[in-house]
Design a protein around this ligand. Structure first.
Ligand code: SF4
Length: 459
C-alpha cells in the first residue's frame, strides 16, 4: 500500500465512530410526539404570510418485495390498487398543504422517494402529476427527480414520468454481483439497470444518479471493484455510495441478513478507498458525504460556487428552499420548525379523514439550534468557517462562542483534517472524507448514549 493510502486507511479506522449524516440539524432523533398544536399552527400561519420557494417531497411507501438490508419506511405489497387509495389521501394532504402556502409560492424542486415510486402504475404516476399541478405552482426551472427501482420500471413508467415533468432520476443499483444480490434478496441483473438507463436517456431524462452500497454481505474489495467497473460503463452523472448501516434494533428487516457474511471493517474500508481512488479516473469528483459527481454536474459547480446545500435528500443545489414532505413518514424542514408525518398508514389516513395535517412529531428550533445548524451546514457544504463572515451574518463572534469546540478541533488538525488560522478554519482535502466527524464537534445534542444506539458508524 502506498504511503498516502496507508495514512488514509489509518485515519478512516481512527475516525470510524457512530455519527449522524447531518441531512438536517438537529437530527430526526430530537423530534418529539409531545407538542402543542398551537406551535405547529403558528409556524404554518407564518409560512403562509409570504411567498416562498419550496421543495416538495412525495413519499410513496409501497414495495413489491423486501430487500433485507432496507432501512426505509415502506410497506410490502403486490396490490397496486393500494396506490389509488394512497393517491386519494395525497390529494387531500396536498389541498391542506396548499392552504398553508402563500399563493405566490412556487415549487423549485420536486422529489418522489420511497419505498418505490415506480410501484405506482404509469396511470397512477400521471394522476400524481395532476395532483401536483392542481395544488401547487411549479417553477418552469424546477428540478424534478424520482427514485427508480430498475426491477419495477418499464418504458411506460418513464414516458409517464417525462410527461409530468421529471428531469432527473436516481437508480437503486447497490451491487452488481449476483451472489451479493441473492444474500440481500434483491435480484437485479445488470442488464435491467442498463435497459432502464437507456429508456431514461431515450426519453430525454438525462441527469442520472446511481446509488451503491458497500459493506453488504458477501461483498469483497474485488467484487466491489467489479461493481464500480460495471456501473461506470453506463456513465451516470452522479454516484451516491453509502456505507451499509447495520442497525437491526431500528431496522428489523436487517435481522434476516446472515451476520457471518458481512465483510470485516478493514475490507469495508478498502471498498471505500477503492471508490475514492478510482472514481476520479472516470471523471467523478468527491463532493462530500458519500456523493460523487462529474466535473460539469450542478453539484460540482455548486461546490465551487459555495452554493451547495444539504437537506433530507442529501446534497442539493437549490438554495434555501422550504422543504415540505407529503405522504406517510415524510419530514418537512422549515426555518423555525421541523415536523414529521405519521409513520403508520392507518393513522396517516385517519388524520386526513378528520381534515387535519397528518403530523406526528415536531421539533421547534431554538436560536441555539439555528446557530449550530448554520455552522454544521457550512462545514458539510462549504468545508470552511470564516469568523468575519459569520459575524456579519449572525452578529456572533464565532471564536468566542465556540472556543471550546475550536480547542477540540486541535487533534483533528494534528491529523491533517482541518487547518485553523486567525480568520477561521478550512477542511483539507483529506478532511472532506471526515465531514461528519468535524460537524459532530459542533452538535449540541450528541451524548454518549446516542453515540452508541441511534447512529450508524461514520464508515
Ligand atoms: S430497499 Fe428500496 S425497494 Fe428494497 S424494500 Fe427498501 S425501499 Fe423497498
Amino acid at each position: 500500500m502506498k504511503f498516502r493510502e496507508k495514512r488514509l486507511f489509518e485515519l478512516v479506522q481512527k475516525y470510524n465512530v457512530p455519527g449522524p449524516r447531518y441531512t438536517s440539524y438537529p437530527t430526526a432523533v430530537q423530534f418529539t410526539e409531545e407538542f402543542d398544536d398551537a406551535v405547529l399552527e403558528e409556524a404554518l400561519d407564518l409560512r403562509a404570510e409570504s411567498a416562498r420557494a419550496v421543495s416538495l417531497y412525495f413519499h410513496i411507501p409501497f414495495c413489491f418485495s423486501l430487500c433485507w438490508y432496507c432501512g426505509c419506511t415502506k410497506i410490502i405489497t403486490r396490490d397496486q390498487d393500494r396506490g389509488d387509495s394512497y393517491l386519494d389521501y395525497l390529494a387531500k394532504e396536498a389541498a391542506l398543504v396548499a392552504k398553508s402556502l402563500h399563493p405566490g409560492s412556487a415549487a423549485k424542486q420536486i422529489h418522489f422517494g420511497g419505498g418505490t415510486p415506480t410501484f405506482l402504475t404509469p396511470a397512477q404516476l400521471r394522476r400524481l402529476g395532476e395532483i401536483i399541478h392542481r395544488y401547487f405552482s411549479v417553477d418552469e426551472d424546477v428540478e424534478f427527480s424520482v427514485e427508480i427501482d430498475p426491477r419495477r420500471c418499464t418504458e411506460e413508467h418513464i414516458i409517464a414520468l417525462k410527461e409530468i415533468g421529471v428531469n432527473r432520476a436516481s437508480l437503486g443499483v447497490q451491487d452488481t454481483n449476483p451472489e451479493v444480490q441473492k444474500a440481500i434478496r434483491r435480484i437485479q441483473p445488470f442488464e435491467i439497470t442498463r435497459e432502464v438507463t437507456g429508456y431514461l436517456r431515450y426519453q430525454g431524462i438525462e441527469k442520472i444518479n446511481f446509488d451503491l452500497i458497500y459493506g453488504l454481505p458477501l461483498q469483497t474489495p474485488s467484487t466491489f471493484a467489479r461493481t464500480i467497473e460495471d456501473v461506470t460503463a453506463l456513465d451516470p452523472d452522479r454516484f451516491a455510495i453509502y456505507s451499509y448501516a447495520h442497525i437491526p434494533s431500528i431496522m428489523p428487516a436487517q435481522k434476516l441478513l446472515n451476520p457471518e457474511q458481512f465483510p470485516a471493517t478493514d475490507e469495508k474500508l478498502k471498498m471505500l478507498m477503492h471508490a475514492i481512488g478510482t472514481l476520479p479516473e472516470y471523471g467523478y469528483r468527491y463532493i462530500g458525504m458519500d456523493h460523487f459527481a462529474k466535473e460539469d454536474d450542478e453539484l460540482s459547480l455548486a461546490l465551487d460556487n459555495s452554493t451547495l446545500q444539504r437537506n433530507f435528500q442529501g446534497y442539493s443545489t437549490r438554495a434555501e428552499l422550504e422543504m415540505i414532505a407529503l405522504g406517510m413518514s415524510g419530514i418537512s424542514q422549515g426555518d423555525d420548525l421541523y415536523y414529521q408525518n405519521e409513520k403508520d398508514l392507518g393513522r396517516y389516513y385517519k388524520f386526513l379523514d378528520e381534515g387535519r395535517l397528518p403530523v406526528a412529531k415536531v421539533l421547534p428550533l431554538t436560536d441555539e439550534d439555528k446557530l449550530r445548524r448554520k455552522v454544521i451546514m457550512q462545514i458539510m457544504c462549504r468545508g470552511e468557517i470564516h469568523f468575519e463572515q459569520f459575524y456579519r451574518e449572525t452578529g456572533i463572534r464565532f471564536e468566542e462562542k465556540f472556543s471550546g469546540e475550536l480547542e477540540r478541533l486541535r487533534p483533528l488538525e494534528e491529523d491533517g483534517l482541518v487547518v485553523q488560522h486567525v480568520g477561521g478554519f478550512d477542511i483539507t482535502d483529506t478532511g472532506r472524507l471526515f465531514l461528519r466527524n468535524v460537524s459532530m464537534l459542533f452538535d449540541g445534542y450528541i451524548t454518549e448514549e446516542q453515540h452508541r444506539t441511534a447512529y450508524s458508524k461514520t464508515v
